[in-house]
Write a protein that binds this ligand. Structure first.
Ligand code: SF4
Ligand code: SF4
Length: 314
Protein backbone atom coordinates (compact mmCIF):
# COMPACT_ATOMS: atom_id res chain seq x y z
CA UNK A 1 0.00 0.00 0.00
CA UNK A 2 1.25 3.48 -0.87
CA UNK A 3 0.61 5.30 2.38
CA UNK A 4 -1.42 8.48 2.07
CA UNK A 5 0.17 10.60 4.80
CA UNK A 6 -2.31 13.42 4.10
CA UNK A 7 -5.41 11.35 4.97
CA UNK A 8 -7.28 12.97 7.88
CA UNK A 9 -9.51 11.95 10.78
CA UNK A 10 -10.97 13.53 13.90
CA UNK A 11 -8.71 12.48 16.80
CA UNK A 12 -9.68 13.16 20.41
CA UNK A 13 -6.70 11.77 22.29
CA UNK A 14 -3.24 10.31 21.76
CA UNK A 15 -2.33 8.49 24.95
CA UNK A 16 1.29 7.51 25.48
CA UNK A 17 2.56 4.75 27.79
CA UNK A 18 -0.71 2.77 27.57
CA UNK A 19 -0.47 -0.65 29.19
CA UNK A 20 -4.08 -1.82 28.87
CA UNK A 21 -4.57 -1.61 25.10
CA UNK A 22 -2.58 -4.62 23.92
CA UNK A 23 0.84 -6.09 24.76
CA UNK A 24 3.79 -4.05 26.01
CA UNK A 25 3.99 -0.27 26.18
CA UNK A 26 1.81 1.33 23.54
CA UNK A 27 0.58 4.63 22.22
CA UNK A 28 -3.20 4.59 21.81
CA UNK A 29 -4.79 6.83 19.21
CA UNK A 30 -8.46 7.56 19.90
CA UNK A 31 -10.67 8.48 16.92
CA UNK A 32 -14.05 10.19 17.21
CA UNK A 33 -17.34 8.76 15.97
CA UNK A 34 -19.10 5.56 17.06
CA UNK A 35 -22.22 3.81 15.70
CA UNK A 36 -22.96 2.19 19.09
CA UNK A 37 -24.50 3.90 22.12
CA UNK A 38 -23.58 1.53 24.97
CA UNK A 39 -25.44 2.53 28.13
CA UNK A 40 -22.19 2.46 30.12
CA UNK A 41 -19.93 4.16 27.54
CA UNK A 42 -16.58 5.07 29.15
CA UNK A 43 -15.63 7.48 26.34
CA UNK A 44 -18.82 9.45 25.61
CA UNK A 45 -16.74 12.24 24.09
CA UNK A 46 -16.04 9.78 21.27
CA UNK A 47 -19.69 9.21 20.31
CA UNK A 48 -20.15 12.04 17.85
CA UNK A 49 -17.85 12.37 14.85
CA UNK A 50 -17.59 16.16 15.21
CA UNK A 51 -15.47 18.04 17.78
CA UNK A 52 -17.42 18.82 21.00
CA UNK A 53 -17.14 21.31 23.85
CA UNK A 54 -16.33 19.84 27.27
CA UNK A 55 -16.56 21.94 30.45
CA UNK A 56 -15.10 21.32 33.91
CA UNK A 57 -17.20 22.87 36.69
CA UNK A 58 -14.58 22.11 39.36
CA UNK A 59 -12.08 24.41 37.58
CA UNK A 60 -14.45 27.23 36.66
CA UNK A 61 -14.05 30.41 38.76
CA UNK A 62 -17.13 32.15 37.34
CA UNK A 63 -15.00 35.02 35.98
CA UNK A 64 -17.33 35.48 33.00
CA UNK A 65 -14.61 35.97 30.36
CA UNK A 66 -16.13 33.25 28.19
CA UNK A 67 -19.58 34.88 28.25
CA UNK A 68 -18.23 37.93 26.42
CA UNK A 69 -16.71 36.04 23.49
CA UNK A 70 -19.39 33.45 22.72
CA UNK A 71 -20.83 34.35 19.30
CA UNK A 72 -24.05 32.45 20.02
CA UNK A 73 -24.86 33.84 23.46
CA UNK A 74 -24.75 30.29 24.76
CA UNK A 75 -23.02 30.95 28.11
CA UNK A 76 -24.46 32.36 31.33
CA UNK A 77 -23.15 32.58 34.90
CA UNK A 78 -25.22 30.97 37.65
CA UNK A 79 -25.06 29.27 41.05
CA UNK A 80 -23.57 25.78 41.32
CA UNK A 81 -23.57 23.33 44.23
CA UNK A 82 -21.62 20.09 44.54
CA UNK A 83 -21.49 18.44 47.97
CA UNK A 84 -20.51 21.15 50.44
CA UNK A 85 -19.09 23.41 47.67
CA UNK A 86 -21.19 26.36 46.49
CA UNK A 87 -19.98 28.88 43.90
CA UNK A 88 -20.90 30.65 40.67
CA UNK A 89 -19.83 29.05 37.39
CA UNK A 90 -20.43 29.30 33.65
CA UNK A 91 -23.28 27.22 32.22
CA UNK A 92 -23.52 26.43 28.49
CA UNK A 93 -26.75 26.08 26.54
CA UNK A 94 -25.91 23.07 24.36
CA UNK A 95 -28.81 23.88 22.01
CA UNK A 96 -27.10 27.15 21.08
CA UNK A 97 -23.42 26.05 21.24
CA UNK A 98 -21.79 25.37 17.86
CA UNK A 99 -18.52 24.03 19.33
CA UNK A 100 -16.51 26.90 17.82
CA UNK A 101 -13.94 26.93 20.66
CA UNK A 102 -13.85 30.72 21.13
CA UNK A 103 -14.57 30.33 24.86
CA UNK A 104 -11.82 27.70 25.25
CA UNK A 105 -9.04 29.97 24.08
CA UNK A 106 -9.93 32.78 26.54
CA UNK A 107 -10.66 30.73 29.68
CA UNK A 108 -7.86 31.47 32.21
CA UNK A 109 -8.74 28.39 34.30
CA UNK A 110 -8.59 25.73 31.57
CA UNK A 111 -12.20 24.93 32.48
CA UNK A 112 -13.18 24.35 28.83
CA UNK A 113 -11.79 22.30 25.97
CA UNK A 114 -12.82 21.06 22.55
CA UNK A 115 -12.61 17.27 22.33
CA UNK A 116 -11.47 16.28 18.88
CA UNK A 117 -9.40 17.87 16.16
CA UNK A 118 -8.59 17.06 12.58
CA UNK A 119 -5.16 15.43 12.21
CA UNK A 120 -3.30 13.92 9.27
CA UNK A 121 -1.68 10.49 9.25
CA UNK A 122 1.68 12.28 9.15
CA UNK A 123 0.93 14.31 12.29
CA UNK A 124 -0.24 11.26 14.22
CA UNK A 125 2.53 8.88 13.16
CA UNK A 126 5.19 11.53 13.95
CA UNK A 127 3.90 11.56 17.55
CA UNK A 128 3.65 7.76 17.70
CA UNK A 129 7.20 7.27 16.40
CA UNK A 130 8.67 9.26 19.30
CA UNK A 131 8.27 6.30 21.66
CA UNK A 132 9.52 3.57 19.32
CA UNK A 133 12.33 2.64 21.71
CA UNK A 134 9.75 1.84 24.39
CA UNK A 135 7.73 -0.30 21.98
CA UNK A 136 10.83 -2.20 20.88
CA UNK A 137 11.93 -2.81 24.46
CA UNK A 138 8.53 -3.99 25.72
CA UNK A 139 6.95 -5.76 22.75
CA UNK A 140 4.49 -2.88 22.40
CA UNK A 141 3.40 -0.63 19.56
CA UNK A 142 0.48 1.50 18.45
CA UNK A 143 -3.21 0.79 19.16
CA UNK A 144 -5.97 2.60 17.29
CA UNK A 145 -9.13 2.92 19.37
CA UNK A 146 -12.17 5.15 19.66
CA UNK A 147 -14.95 5.68 19.23
CA UNK A 148 -14.98 3.18 16.44
CA UNK A 149 -11.85 3.33 14.25
CA UNK A 150 -13.59 1.38 11.47
CA UNK A 151 -15.88 4.41 10.97
CA UNK A 152 -12.86 6.18 9.45
CA UNK A 153 -11.42 3.17 7.59
CA UNK A 154 -9.22 4.97 5.08
CA UNK A 155 -7.44 6.96 7.77
CA UNK A 156 -7.10 3.91 10.00
CA UNK A 157 -5.71 1.75 7.18
CA UNK A 158 -3.20 4.43 6.19
CA UNK A 159 -2.15 5.04 9.82
CA UNK A 160 -1.64 1.31 10.40
CA UNK A 161 0.36 1.02 7.16
CA UNK A 162 2.47 4.04 8.18
CA UNK A 163 3.21 2.34 11.52
CA UNK A 164 4.32 -0.81 9.69
CA UNK A 165 6.54 1.30 7.42
CA UNK A 166 8.17 2.62 10.60
CA UNK A 167 8.59 -0.90 12.01
CA UNK A 168 5.88 -0.43 14.66
CA UNK A 169 3.47 -3.20 15.72
CA UNK A 170 -0.23 -2.38 15.30
CA UNK A 171 -3.40 -3.27 17.19
CA UNK A 172 -6.99 -2.13 16.80
CA UNK A 173 -9.60 -1.83 19.52
CA UNK A 174 -13.01 -2.10 17.91
CA UNK A 175 -16.68 -3.00 18.26
CA UNK A 176 -16.42 -4.64 14.79
CA UNK A 177 -19.70 -2.92 13.85
CA UNK A 178 -18.67 -1.94 10.33
CA UNK A 179 -19.00 -2.92 6.68
CA UNK A 180 -17.00 -5.88 5.42
CA UNK A 181 -15.32 -3.46 2.99
CA UNK A 182 -14.01 -1.41 5.93
CA UNK A 183 -12.75 -4.56 7.66
CA UNK A 184 -11.00 -5.75 4.50
CA UNK A 185 -9.37 -2.36 3.97
CA UNK A 186 -7.95 -2.07 7.50
CA UNK A 187 -7.06 -5.60 8.63
CA UNK A 188 -4.18 -6.32 6.21
CA UNK A 189 -2.32 -3.75 8.34
CA UNK A 190 -3.35 -5.07 11.77
CA UNK A 191 -1.15 -7.36 13.91
CA UNK A 192 -3.69 -7.86 16.72
CA UNK A 193 -7.44 -7.33 16.96
CA UNK A 194 -8.84 -6.40 20.39
CA UNK A 195 -12.47 -7.20 19.64
CA UNK A 196 -15.28 -6.13 21.95
CA UNK A 197 -18.35 -8.26 22.53
CA UNK A 198 -21.01 -6.41 24.53
CA UNK A 199 -23.56 -9.24 24.69
CA UNK A 200 -24.08 -12.54 22.86
CA UNK A 201 -27.89 -12.31 22.77
CA UNK A 202 -28.98 -10.22 19.81
CA UNK A 203 -32.08 -8.67 21.40
CA UNK A 204 -30.23 -7.76 24.60
CA UNK A 205 -27.31 -6.40 22.55
CA UNK A 206 -29.65 -4.05 20.72
CA UNK A 207 -31.22 -2.88 24.00
CA UNK A 208 -27.81 -2.18 25.57
CA UNK A 209 -26.03 -0.63 22.58
CA UNK A 210 -28.66 0.47 20.06
CA UNK A 211 -27.48 -1.96 17.37
CA UNK A 212 -27.77 -5.73 16.77
CA UNK A 213 -24.74 -8.00 17.17
CA UNK A 214 -25.23 -9.86 13.87
CA UNK A 215 -22.62 -7.98 11.80
CA UNK A 216 -20.31 -7.86 14.81
CA UNK A 217 -20.13 -11.63 15.26
CA UNK A 218 -19.88 -12.18 11.48
CA UNK A 219 -17.03 -9.68 11.22
CA UNK A 220 -15.18 -11.18 14.19
CA UNK A 221 -15.36 -14.61 12.59
CA UNK A 222 -14.18 -13.16 9.26
CA UNK A 223 -11.23 -11.40 10.93
CA UNK A 224 -10.07 -14.40 12.97
CA UNK A 225 -10.93 -17.32 10.66
CA UNK A 226 -10.76 -15.97 7.08
CA UNK A 227 -8.15 -13.22 7.48
CA UNK A 228 -6.28 -15.17 10.20
CA UNK A 229 -5.51 -12.06 12.26
CA UNK A 230 -4.68 -12.91 15.92
CA UNK A 231 -7.52 -11.69 18.13
CA UNK A 232 -8.40 -11.20 21.79
CA UNK A 233 -12.08 -11.07 22.77
CA UNK A 234 -12.84 -8.29 25.25
CA UNK A 235 -15.89 -7.97 27.47
CA UNK A 236 -16.36 -4.73 29.40
CA UNK A 237 -18.03 -6.44 32.35
CA UNK A 238 -20.94 -4.35 33.63
CA UNK A 239 -22.68 -5.97 36.63
CA UNK A 240 -26.40 -6.37 36.03
CA UNK A 241 -26.09 -5.87 32.26
CA UNK A 242 -23.80 -8.49 30.71
CA UNK A 243 -22.22 -10.46 33.56
CA UNK A 244 -24.69 -13.37 33.67
CA UNK A 245 -23.16 -16.88 33.56
CA UNK A 246 -25.20 -17.63 30.40
CA UNK A 247 -23.71 -14.66 28.57
CA UNK A 248 -20.11 -15.25 29.67
CA UNK A 249 -20.28 -18.96 28.87
CA UNK A 250 -21.76 -18.15 25.43
CA UNK A 251 -18.92 -15.66 24.89
CA UNK A 252 -16.32 -18.27 25.84
CA UNK A 253 -17.91 -20.85 23.51
CA UNK A 254 -17.93 -18.33 20.66
CA UNK A 255 -14.25 -17.50 21.28
CA UNK A 256 -13.45 -21.19 20.91
CA UNK A 257 -14.85 -21.18 17.36
CA UNK A 258 -12.29 -18.53 16.34
CA UNK A 259 -9.12 -20.59 16.82
CA UNK A 260 -7.02 -22.33 19.45
CA UNK A 261 -6.65 -20.65 22.82
CA UNK A 262 -8.27 -17.35 21.88
CA UNK A 263 -7.98 -15.24 25.04
CA UNK A 264 -11.02 -13.62 26.66
CA UNK A 265 -10.27 -10.38 28.53
CA UNK A 266 -12.78 -9.34 31.17
CA UNK A 267 -12.50 -5.57 31.69
CA UNK A 268 -13.97 -4.50 35.06
CA UNK A 269 -16.57 -1.72 34.88
CA UNK A 270 -15.45 1.73 36.05
CA UNK A 271 -17.09 5.11 36.48
CA UNK A 272 -14.75 7.30 34.40
CA UNK A 273 -17.50 7.95 31.84
CA UNK A 274 -19.74 9.62 34.44
CA UNK A 275 -17.68 12.80 34.89
CA UNK A 276 -17.19 12.96 31.11
CA UNK A 277 -20.96 12.92 30.63
CA UNK A 278 -21.22 15.88 33.00
CA UNK A 279 -18.52 17.71 31.03
CA UNK A 280 -20.52 17.13 27.83
CA UNK A 281 -23.78 18.31 29.43
CA UNK A 282 -25.26 14.79 29.17
CA UNK A 283 -27.08 12.54 31.63
CA UNK A 284 -25.60 9.20 32.69
CA UNK A 285 -27.72 6.45 31.16
CA UNK A 286 -27.05 3.61 33.61
CA UNK A 287 -25.97 3.03 37.17
CA UNK A 288 -22.53 1.40 37.14
CA UNK A 289 -21.59 -0.80 40.09
CA UNK A 290 -17.83 -1.35 40.10
CA UNK A 291 -17.23 -5.10 40.64
CA UNK A 292 -14.91 -6.31 43.40
CA UNK A 293 -11.68 -8.19 42.60
CA UNK A 294 -13.20 -11.28 44.17
CA UNK A 295 -16.26 -11.09 41.91
CA UNK A 296 -14.09 -10.62 38.81
CA UNK A 297 -12.06 -13.69 39.83
CA UNK A 298 -15.30 -15.70 40.00
CA UNK A 299 -16.24 -14.58 36.47
CA UNK A 300 -12.75 -15.48 35.23
CA UNK A 301 -13.15 -18.98 36.64
CA UNK A 302 -16.53 -19.25 34.89
CA UNK A 303 -14.96 -18.45 31.52
CA UNK A 304 -12.03 -20.80 32.14
CA UNK A 305 -14.37 -23.62 33.20
CA UNK A 306 -16.22 -23.06 29.90
CA UNK A 307 -12.93 -23.83 28.12
CA UNK A 308 -11.39 -20.45 27.26
CA UNK A 309 -8.22 -18.86 28.65
CA UNK A 310 -9.19 -15.69 30.48
CA UNK A 311 -7.47 -12.61 31.91
CA UNK A 312 -8.89 -9.79 33.99
CA UNK A 313 -7.99 -6.48 32.40
CA UNK A 314 -6.50 -5.66 29.00
S1 SF4 B 1 -17.77 26.63 21.88
FE1 SF4 B 1 -18.32 28.56 20.83
S2 SF4 B 1 -20.56 28.50 20.68
FE2 SF4 B 1 -19.99 26.96 22.22
S3 SF4 B 1 -20.10 28.01 24.20
FE3 SF4 B 1 -17.97 28.19 23.49
S4 SF4 B 1 -17.89 30.14 22.37
FE4 SF4 B 1 -20.06 29.60 22.59
S1 SF4 C 1 -15.36 28.73 32.01
FE1 SF4 C 1 -13.41 29.80 32.26
S2 SF4 C 1 -13.73 31.83 31.33
FE2 SF4 C 1 -15.76 30.94 31.69
S3 SF4 C 1 -16.38 31.68 33.70
FE3 SF4 C 1 -15.38 29.71 34.06
S4 SF4 C 1 -13.24 30.22 34.46
FE4 SF4 C 1 -14.15 32.05 33.53
Amino acid sequence: MNVNYDATATVFNIQTYSIHDGPGIRTTVFLKGCPLRCLWCANPESNQAKPQLMTYSSKCTGCGTCVKVCPKGAISIGPYKSGSMEKYIAFTDREKCVNCGACVSVCPAEAREIAGKTMTVREVIDKVKKDKLFYDGSGGGMTVSGGEPLMQPEFTANLMAAAHEAGINTAIETSSFASKAAVDLVYPHVDLGLLDIKHMDNTTHEKLTGVPNTYILENIRHIAVDLKVPVIIRVATIPGYNDSPENLIATAKFAQTLGDNVLVNLLPAHKLGESKNESLGQENRCEINVPSDEYMQSLKKLVEDAGSPCKIGG
